[in-house]
Ligand binder design. Structure first.
Ligand code: NAP
Length: 327
């Protein structure tokens, strides 16, 4: 039998954005459910340490995730372990979120905070050393590699730009690319080639990440795709930039998005679907940081409160300096 669960707001995804949104909607006395397929924390759980969360000079990713969850629960948000497979807006303007086990959650507003997923290499050692040398975010983790020899995998804009950025910290950065030419834009390539701390290893693929007895990575096994030679490259870090996919697949129906598939929102975080808000890494924006995710989420949660008020009162609420809500 299908169980129907009714709330004021459904939050899909319990990364920093989802948990912050839950804190604010809970605090506004909205009945809030957070649907998350895994452990709450999102990308924080793939991050060993943060030194850019204001107020904490250094904090472990899992520790910050735990604090976020405790804080959100404090204001009454319910956390449910569930894998959402579809979010549909019905004709009456309410939403249904259906899980892969057939549970149905309904609410007049949804905040989508399902984040995005860096494309993985899929090689042995990659996941085992994630947060222990392997990283998918240069701004988040670069500072942990001061005066170390590290590698970047990829040949697009992200890899080439971040390799250059990482030389602020690392003593040497190898860029490993599977072909003999980058697809990155010319200007980024020129900057990279002019950087004396960078060495490009062309026609090579990473086949394995290895580590030492302390559990930290220490080398990458490389295969030259032309000669088939195999060698170990000593490196204490491996930054993987081979693409990033926003987790927008659950949205049933058309939504406005940019050319990379990230959701476009207005200044209140509302998507092109009325009542569907988005916050964090799946939103089209300049940067994807914990601080920007929680900023988005705060706006989205407060906007949801106003949206629901307008819906109940049948009117249009106009937040200062913004458009009204069509409900
Ligand atoms: P991307 O452009 O899709 O490039 C991915 C790179 O990873 C390619 O060089 C690709 O190699 C390589 N790759 C893919 N799968 C691989 C695998 N399994 N093993 C090894 N290498 C693999 O992705 P992106 O660099 O993340 O950029 C995404 C979008 O964001 C792009 O449109 C980009 O322009 C934009 N972006 C722009 C900026 C900027 O303008 N400053 C910065 C970052 C991102 P091949 O080339 O051989 O396919």
């Amino acid at each position: 039998m299908v169980t129907r669960n009714s709330y004021d707001v459904i939050i899909v995804g319990a990364g920093p954005a989802g948990m912050c949104a839950a804190l604010y909607t809970g605090r506004s006395m909205l009945r809030t459910v957070v649907l998350e397929r895994g452990t709450p924390g999102g990308e924080l759980l793939n991050t060993e340490k943060l030194d850019d969360w204001i107020g904490e000079k250094s904090i472990l990713g899992w520790e910050l995730a735990r604090k976020f969850e405790e804080h959100a629960r404090e204001f009454g948000a319910e956390f449910v372990t569930a894998n959402v497979s579809r979010v549909t807006r019905l004709d009456d303007g309410t939403f249904e979120a259906v899980t892969d086990t057939g549970e149905v959650y309904s609410a007049p507003a949804v905040i989508l905070t399902a984040g995005g997923t860096p494309v993985k290499l899929g090689i042995p050692g990659e996941l085992a050393f994630a947060g222990r040398g392997v990283s998918y975010c240069a701004i988040c983790d670069g500072a942990f590699f001061r005066e170390q020899v590290i590698a970047v995998v990829g040949g697009g804009d992200a890899a080439v730009e971040e390799a250059d950025f990482l030389t602020r910290y690392a003593s040497k950065v190898y860029v490993i690319h599977r072909r003999e030419a980058f697809r990155a834009s010319r200007i980024l390539q020129e900057r990279l080639f002019a950087n004396p701390k960078i060495e490009v290893i062309w026609n090579a693929v990473a086949e394995e990440i290895t580590g030492d007895s302390t559990g930290l990575m220490n080398a990458i096994r490389l295969r030259d795709v032309v000669t088939e030679d195999v060698r170990m490259l000593d490196a204490t870090g491996c930054f993987v930039f081979i693409g990033f996919r926003p987790n927008t697949g659950v949205i049933d129906g058309h939504f406005d998005h940019d050319e990379m598939g990230y959701i476009r929102t207005d200044a209140t975080m509302q998507t092109s679907i009325p009542g569907l808000f988005a916050a964090g890494d799946l939103r089209s924006q300049l940067t994807r940081q914990v601080t920007t995710a929680v900023g988005d989420a705060t706006t989205a949660a407060i906007a949801v409160e106003k949206y629901l008020k307008a819906r109940t009162e049948g009117g249009v609420v106009v937040p200062q300096g913004m458009g009204g809500y069509a409900v």
